[in-house]
Ligand binder design. Structure first.
Ligand code: FES
Length: 149
């Protein structure tokens, strides 16, 4: 059994320890905000926060996550409202089809937590691994720039 802490709640998971986190989130726990895109670590749609770093849930066997703190898109907001990054996404109309956006937001949160004042080049580098077929990149960058300290 693997003990996971997801969005502040404990879960004891009895699936195969090699099962990637993405399948546990979506199919076992029912947190479907984290998306399946490629399944091979290439697109970033499945990004989640692991100890405040953006990581790809499709590539993370749960055996690597025992005792780690995992945050999904559902865990960013609370009773006091949306996360500031989510608010900026709405304010700047970032999504088009929306499919990749939970991963984009997770990576933006990780960037700003680790570097509250990123340059445009640092934003491009940090967000480089989150692909968007609608091409929302300019709006992603604009929204992040408005959140700089
Ligand atoms: Fe995980 Fe594409 S689904 S990186």
């Amino acid at each position: 059994m693997i003990s996971l802490k997801i969005n502040g709640k404990p879960y004891n998971v009895e699936e195969d320890p090699k099962t990637p986190l993405l399948w546990i989130l979506r199919d076992i726990i029912g947190l479907t905000g984290t998306k399946y895109g490629c399944g091979i670590g290439q697109c970033g749609a499945c990004s989640v926060l692991i100890d405040e770093q953006s990581r790809r849930a499709c590539m993370l066997p749960i055996e690597m996550l025992d005792g780690k703190s995992i945050t999904t898109i559902e865990g960013l907001s609370d009773d006091s409202g949306l996360h500031p990054v989510q608010k900026a996404w709405i304010e700047h109309d970032v999504p088009q089809c929306g499919y990749c956006q939970s991963g984009q937001i997770i990576s933006a949160v990780a960037l700003l937590e680790n570097n509250p004042n990123p340059s445009e080049a640092e934003i491009k580098t940090a967000m480089n691994g989150n692909l968007c077929r609608c091409g929302t990149y300019p709006r992603v960058e604009k929204a992040i720039l408005t959140l700089k300290n």
